[in-house]
Design a protein around this ligand. Structure first.
Ligand code: ADP
Ligand code: NI
Length: 221
């Protein structure tokens, strides 16, 4: 089976698996990661077949397997790829991407070992920042029943508050806890470039949000 058909069949397979799945990792997230990974991979001279299949399958462990088993994703992806007759020298690097991109370990973040995994990780992180990242953060916070913001729980001091420890911190705190830090964790030059614009947009958004909240946005003429 040629690479193009393999990618297309995998896209339809993942779309079917994730459509209507309430895991928070919807098909549209995967589709955005796929497209950004392809664009970044092209710029960086990565193997686009490995990049695209890795991007499409990177969250497969979140479908059905919620046990936190590190090998659930690679096992499911390998079974799918082998069922299409993919060669082992294609299956293995894809399993490695899934291992390195999805498993978050004990908060340790090391740079993925291959260019292809670095590209997929960049695309996944880009989807957590910028306008899409803002939308996802508030959607997630709403789903968890969290406040958008609480002036008594200063975002920049989030870690010292009980609310943070009980995992009920307002969504705006998540920007300081994670989203504003992501731009410095991108791996590739193209990823970094895209991250900068998205980061600037998020900063402008949070500045404006706080100005409106505290009544310091422009008064009526
Ligand atoms: P991914 O699979 O893309 O690496 P996660 O599973 O960590 O991401 O989170 C999915 C989405 O939910 C991301 O956009 C992330 O920013 C958002 N999210 C995760 N934790 C929080 C939180 N505490 N508050 C707001 N948004 C969150
Ligand atoms: Ni993801």
């Amino acid at each position: 089976m040629n690479a193009e058909v393999l990618v297309e069949k995998t896209a339809r397979y993942v779309e079917r698996l994730f459509t209507g799945e309430g895991s928070g990792h919807d098909w549209w997230h995967i589709r955005r990661v796929w497209q950004n990974a392809r664009a970044i991979g092209q710029k960086e001279g990565a193997d686009l077949t490995v990049v695209q299949l890795g991007a499409l399958l990177h969250d497969i462990a979140d479908w059905k397997f919620h046990g936190g088993d590190e090998e659930a994703g690679p096992t499911a992806a390998a079974a799918w790829l082998r069922s299409l007759g993919a060669a082992e020298d294609l299956v293995q690097p894809i399993c490695q991407i899934i291992r390195e991109v999805t498993f978050k370990g004990a908060g340790v973040s090391t740079m993925p070992s291959t260019l292809e995994a670095q590209v997929v990780q960049d695309a996944d992180r880009l989807d957590a920042i910028g306008a899409i990242g803002i939308g996802r953060a508030f959607a997630y916070g709403g789903y968890k029943g969290r406040e958008m913001y609480n002036p008594a729980i200063a975002p920049e001091l989030h870690a010292t508050f009980e609310a943070y420890k009980t995992n009920q911190a307002p969504t705006l705190n998540h920007f300081y806890e994670k989203l504003f830090l992501l731009k410095d964790r991108l791996n590739t030059p193209s990823g970094k470039q895209m991250a900068q614009e998205r980061h600037d947009f998020m900063e402008a958004f949070v500045g404006r949000f706080l100005a409106e909240w505290h009544g310091s946005d422009p008064a009526p003429e």
